[in-house]
Design a protein around this ligand. Structure first.
Ligand code: UD1
Ligand code: MG
Length: 470
């Protein structure tokens, strides 16, 4: 297996070197292009600051461009060193013998190219979203379709479509009748949905400085560590086909993730609190697509999902708003209060039945407020019992909901920490009782959760899995 290392490790060293260059190149690219973005109208007001001047937006685009450049440059380093003729001296390279063209890793190159294709599609979609604010109904299916090349490569690579049934509690295996459940096409459906989930779930934990890039960095580092653990644990094993394949897949994941981590770190230095640039939807879609692609092509798409625990939580929490049970405004970010320089949960009002009184309450919306339906009331009361939302009521019996805090993880963190939403009047200047959290503090909370999520993922992957899947 040393021979295989000879072949693949130059790629790894090149990936490390290119990542270092990538960090520097991204910083330069952002500093040189941010004013151009600004002057072409790519700018946004920082909602959680006191200053009215906008700052440049969509700087995820130069970041993604540098990343793509790095991957293009990686190809010759990785593949020109591959032998074109003859099988390996150990004679156990199945691929080389099968296609009769020597040791050149055609399949791996196809894998790599299909990854580039899916990244490009995500970058285009993200940038179009920055320009046109695409509707949800169009945004959602696009990543599903653009994952088809990945799925084809997965199929060609002999990718499995079965899941192991947990051995504990024992009744599950008895019930299904086997320890392996063959999902077939459903597994492909799952993988294509993973692309659309990863791209959108990063985008909806957004709105405070550094949070989009921060979560991407934590996920990326976690996946790198996961792959490094594989390299380490498989290195000493005898060169069976399966261990070689595993090594190959985890090396590929490192080729893709190391440069991503580097460009994200550079972008972060511009986007962290107080932000000098915004990342835009381009970045969110692009980063999400890299994670889902790495999961699919590395044949560990279930593991990838483990590192998205906060995103899954945020998505589930958001569902009542995304699917129309609760009004969904353009922005759901926490609200800023200039006098205290702190952030507070933002809220949504429900109608009281009296249209004129409702108009005074919000004094902005021309649309009449809807009263909370029975099912919304039930769902919101359940969430309130879990301390994920704060409710106000019109009546003292707590029957008719007046307002709820927005259903995002950022607001939920504030609610859990006991930060109360602001009183109705915006001109309130007295300092509030109870805990205060600044934008930076909220960012820290979110990152701690993301890191805790990764620790949980490792625990599940390496410890719990051993118990449940003996
Ligand atoms: C998503 C969220 C939305 C959230 C928004 C914030 C859902 C369904 N959508 O919408 O609730 O308000 O992201 O990004 O959950 N901004 C800041 N500070 C930041 C980052 C962004 O103030 O650190 C503001 C800027 O005004 C920027 C705008 O958010 O211009 C970008 O919003 P955009 O990415 O277009 O929002 P969506 O992705 O549609
Ligand atoms: Mg966005």
């Amino acid at each position: 297996s040393i021979l295989y290392y000879d072949d693949a490790f130059p790629g790894l060293f090149a990936a490390i070197g290119l990542s270092l260059i990538g960090y520097w190149a991204t910083s330069v690219a952002i500093s040189k292009t941010k004013d151009v973005f600004f002057s072409r109208g790519f700018k946004g007001r920082d909602l959680l600051k006191n200053k009215p001047e906008p700052i440049p937006e969509s700087l995820g685009l130069p970041t993604a461009a540098v990343y793509m450049g790095l991957l293009f440059l990686l190809i010759p380093f990785r593949y020109f060193s591959s032998r074109l003729q003859g099988v390996y001296k150990t004679g156990d390279d199945w691929e080389g013998r099968m296609d009769g063209r020597g040791g050149f890793p055609h399949h791996e190159l196809a894998t790599f190219l299909s990854a580039l294709l899916s990244f490009l599609s995500a970058i285009v979609l993200g940038f179009l979203d920055d320009v046109f604010d695409i509707r949800w109904r169009y945004k959602l299916p696009i990543p599903i379709i653009s994952s088809i090349p990945l799925l084809t490569v997965y199929y060609a690579g002999g990718g499995g479509t079965s899941v192991v049934v947990p051995g504990w509690p024992g009744v599950l295996r008895r019930w299904i009748g086997s320890s392996i459940l063959e999902l077939g096409p459903l597994y492909y459906l799952y993988m294509s949905l993973l692309s659309t989930f990863c791209t959108n779930s990063i985008n909806i934990i957004a709105g405070i400085n550094g949070v989009e890039v921060g979560q991407a960095i934590v996920i990326s580092l976690s996946l790198c560590l996961n792959s490094l653990l594989y390299l380490d644990s498989r290195a000493g094993m005898p060169g069976s086909r399966s261990s070689k394949e595993l090594l190959r897949r985890h090396l590929l994941s490192l080729y893709l993730l190391l440069p991503l981590t580097a460009v994200c770190c550079a972008l972060f230095s511009w986007n962290r609190y107080p932000a000098r640039v915004f990342v835009g939807d381009t970045f969110c879609y692009f980063a999400g697509m890299v994670f889902s692609t790495v999961g699919i092509l590395g044949h560990f798409s279930k593991t990838v999902l483990l590192f998205f625990v906060p995103q899954i939580f945020n998505f589930l929490l958001s569902c009542p708003q995304l699917f129309g049970l609760v009004p969904n405004p353009r922005h759901r970010v926490p609200r800023y209060h200039a006098e205290t320089n702190c952030v507070y949960p933002s809220i949504q009002y429900f109608g009281s039945g009296d249209v004129e009184a409702d108009k005074q309450l919000t004094n902005t919306s021309s649309r009449p407020l809807r009263p909370a339906s029975t099912i919304s009331t039930l769902v919101l009361k359940l969430l309130a019992a879990l301390h994920l939302v704060q409710l106000d009521f019109y009546d003292k019996y707590h029957r008719r909901i007046k307002s709820t805090t927005n259903l995002t993880i950022l607001n939920a963190i504030l609610v859990l920490r006991g930060v109360h939403h602001l009183p109705d009047s915006t001109t309130h200047t007295k300092p509030f009782k109870g805990p205060h959290i600044t934008e930076y503090g909220l960012w820290l909370h979110t990152m701690v959760l993301q890191v805790a999520g990764s620790c949980l993922a490792f625990a599940i992957r390496y410890w719990l899995a051993g118990i449940v899947f003996p």
